[in-house]
Write a protein that binds this ligand. Structure first.
Ligand SMILES: [Zn+2]
Ligand SMILES: [Zn+2]
Length: 373
């Protein structure tokens, strides 16, 4: 009954919409309250009339998985429904433990599970990332997983879907988080490369999403030299390439003669920045690409000399703009800074509350803890 949200939006232009409102409202009144058909269990977000969990945090019989990050896609489920790219990412990471039965569902197509229809819409977060659109008896819940609104050449852009309840992340849910344009951050990296031709630019990145996005952004800025990779990043970069994402020439950093890497861009998982591994590089200049680099103290703690504020999560402005755009009367907030976003949403007339799903947001919370992801 996303008609409820639509009806509210229509109120502003009642003169043209009045005739068509009546059936929608009738439907709205008979559709179940979104809260009545989901439950938060110790395994996560459970959809009762479908008998499945969305992004379960422990092994379950039936899982709908929004994307491949480890706090959303876990191993050892019996059945997994996800986009083809997310399933490929899970197989890459978990091998035999990626789910006994894997069912691919492309964006825009629907499948019925129990009494619930599930449709995926792009979330703009990483390759294959989807919002799970759940329809039951005229009531609609959208679990957006993680999302961002900035254009990303490595994945399909976020699509707002009208609904009755919208589950939103709030990784950067504080007004202080306003991400600069990623292309500008990449130009700062290229400028550092020009200034320090004798040093290797060692950039800490998450293995899934950030690594490939950074490479694609470099290419979009005309950078055509090889990009060197820590071994932990290679597999997922190949997977992206196999899915048609052009990343240009990639070379392993390991095994290169030290002088070869002077003045080159080397990507590695964040944990490798202060690791023995980095000693093989000529005078490494530690950089890190993360939304958390907005917090200078975090950069300092890691010894990052060049923090690059590049995030795969919506910033404050994009979170609030998205809530307005989706227009769901109910907003359920996860992933960290729930309070500020709930407070803002309540002030705007949304019925907002924090959704306590233990385990969601672990991957995004703090780069210190995200070793190789
Ligand atoms: Zn994620
Ligand atoms: Zn997440």
């Amino acid at each position: 009954m996303y008609a409820a949200g639509a009806a509210r939006a229509m109120a502003a232009c009642r003169h043209i919409d009045a005739p068509s409102r009546r059936p929608d409202l009738a439907r709205a009144m008979s559709a179940p309250d979104p809260e009545s058909w989901i439950r938060i269990t110790e395994r996560g977000f459970y959809v009762v009339p479908g008998g499945f969990h969305v992004d379960p945090t422990r092994p379950v019989a039936n899982a709908v998985v929004t994307h491949g990050h480890a706090d959303h896609a876990r191993p050892d489920h019996n059945a997994v429904l996800a986009t083809p790219a997310t399933l490929a990412i899970m197989r890459h990471r978990y091998g035999d433990r990626a789910g006994r039965r894997q069912q691919p569902l492309v964006y825009g197509e629907s499948v019925r599970i129990g009494a619930v229809t599930v449709t995926f819409r792009p979330a703009g977060h990483v390759l294959g990332s989807a919002q799970a659109v759940l329809d039951y008896a005229g009531s609609r819940i959208v679990v957006s997983g993680d999302y961002k609104r900035e254009v990303d050449p490595t994945c399909a852009p976020f699509e707002p879907v009208p609904c009755d309840a919208f589950v939103t992340e709030a990784t950067f849910g504080l007004p202080v988080f306003r991400h600069p344009a990623a292309s500008g951050e990449v130009r700062r990296l290229l400028e550092a490369q020009r200034l320090f031709p004798e040093r290797a630019l060692l950039v800490g990145v998450y293995a899934l999403g950030k690594a490939q996005r950074l490479i694609a952004l470099l290419r979009a800025n005309g950078y055509d030299r090889p990009v060197y990779l820590h071994g932990a990043l290679q597999g997922l970069c190949e997977l992206y390439q196999a899915h048609g994402i052009a990343l240009g020439e990639l070379r392993p950093a390991t095994g290169q003669a030290k002088p070869t890497l002077a003045g080159e861009i080397v990507l590695a998982p964040p944990a490798a920045l202060n690791d023995r591994w980095a000693r093989r590089l000529p005078e490494p200049l530690p950089c890190m690409a993360s939304g958390w680099m907005r917090v200078r103290q975090r950069a300092r703690q890691r010894g990052v000399e060049l923090p690059l504020v590049i995030s795969d999560h919506a910033d404050w402005d994009d979170l609030t703009a998205t809530l307005r755009e989706v227009g769901a009367p109910r907003v359920w907030v996860t992933h960290g800074n729930e309070d500020a976003l709930c407070h803002w949403a309540a002030g705007q007339g949304f019925d907002a509350k924090a959704l306590a799903v233990v385990g969601w947001g672990e991957e995004d919370a703090d780069p210190e803890e995200a070793a190789i992801r």
